[in-house]
Design a protein around this ligand. Structure first.
Ligand SMILES: *Cc1c(COP(=O)(O)O)cnc(C)c1O
Length: 369
């Protein structure tokens, strides 16, 4: 049996005709960038999330726009996690601000107990990343932010549809950032992103910043960027949004089987007051066994991935900040032991059976064929 790490055709096959018909209509009016289809998507997703949303060109830009709208720049510090996709910290550094990393806990999200000790007079914001689809403890993060007057930006790129208590992630802080990269829980056929903006003033500011700081054509009161969603992505996202909850429920069902049937592996902790949407299903194994398990799964036709093999505080481009090995012990340990198994809507029961059988066999018998 061949089971890829992710197979987007499983959901696209049944949607392709509807998508292609809509794209063909789009060519009739050639409204390719922003325009009515993008507005329609913004309105649909705002309704879904229950908060005002502006689309943009990528999740990375959603982070950048949120930081820009918060006035973050040279000399400022922004607190975030070292266990995330590079874009989270990259957006901070691009604006001349310093990413201040705080170690993670057993949920693999930022350890909220360690945030306060990293706050200085230069700290302006916290970027809370809901890694792999599980919400951070937003009550603690919001209360720390309130105490020190910090902006809260949620990097919810992996967590669309996830909840903290009864609220959708991305709608809890001052800004929420989403990505529509094809493999995300809601993905387009190219790049795309979304910013949830809580305040009216910030909403008009982000709306301006995504089109070179211009609210009125050819009048620029601030320097912005070019970051817009295109209509082809909006068409696809409008169609797929209708099924987002169904897709997320499928992921949750697969995860439940893994939790119940995998033996001898450690799972990251899941908080009791969250709805996890399993962008990734990660397990933790002994360091010496991780790469062997991947090899074993690959030899059996099963895809597997490592998210993330290297903590951000140890990346070469951040050497200027003087972080060193040992600064974030939990994250460093997790990077050596973490492994993601296939989890995607449209996976067949036999495929899940086979993966469970192979992982269990590996731990029972060691690496044998
Ligand atoms: C995917 C992702 C991003 C960036 O999104 P792009 O749309 O690829 O720019 C940012 N943060 C996290 C946590 C992500 O997973």
């Amino acid at each position: 049996m061949k089971i890829p790490f992710v197979d987007l055709n499983r959901i696209h096959d049944s949607l392709k005709k509807e998508i292609l018909d809509e794209i063909s209509n789009l060519f009739e009016d050639s409204s390719f960038i922003l325009g009515n289809r993008v507005s329609e998507f913004e309105s649909n997703i705002s309704k879904f999330l229950g908060a005002d949303c502006l689309s943009c060109a990528s999740g990375s830009d959603a982070l950048l726009l949120s930081l820009m709208a918060s006035g973050i720049g040279q000399g400022d510090e922004v607190i975030t996690t070292p266990f995330t996709f590079f874009a989270t910290a990259g957006a901070i550094a691009r604006l001349g601000a310093k990413p201040v990393f705080v170690d993670i806990d057993e949920t693999l999200n930022i350890d909220v107990r360690k945030i306060e000790e990293k706050i200085t007079s230069r700290t302006k914001a916290i970027i809370a990343v809901h890694i792999f689809g599980q919400a951070c403890d937003m009550v603690s993060i919001n209360s720390i932010a309130q105490k020190y007057n910090l902006v809260v930006i949620e990097d919810a790129c992996q967590a669309i549809g996830a909840k903290f208590e009864d609220k959708y992630v991305g709608t809890i802080g001052d800004f929420g950032c989403f990505s529509f990269f094809p493999t995300k829980n809601l993905g387009g056929a190219g790049d795309g992103g979304l910013v949830v903006v809580k305040s009216y003033d910030n909403f008009s500011l982000v709306k301006k910043l995504r089109v070179h700081g211009s609210a009125k054509k050819y009048i620029h009161d601030v320097v912005g960027i070019n970051s817009r969603l295109d209509a082809i992505q909006a068409v696809i996202l409008n169609i797929k949004l209708k099924y987002l909850n169904v897709y997320n429920e499928e992921r949750i069902k697969i995860a439940r089987r893994y939790f119940e049937e995998l033996k001898g592996v450690e799972f990251p902790k899941i908080l009791s007051n969250v709805k996890h949407v399993f962008h990734q299903f990660s397990i933790l194994v002994e360091e010496e066994k991780r790469d062997l398990l991947i090899e074993y799964l690959n030899e059996n036709g099963i895809g597997a991935g490592v998210y993330y093999p290297k903590p951000l505080h140890l990346q070469e481009c951040f050497e200027v900040y003087d972080y060193k090995q040992g600064d974030m012990p939990v994250c460093e340990d997790v990077c050596k032991r973490v492994l993601s198994l296939p989890i995607f809507p449209g996976m067949k029961d036999e495929e899940i059976d086979f993966i469970i059988e192979k992982v269990n066999c590996f731990f029972k018998n060691g690496y044998v064929d």
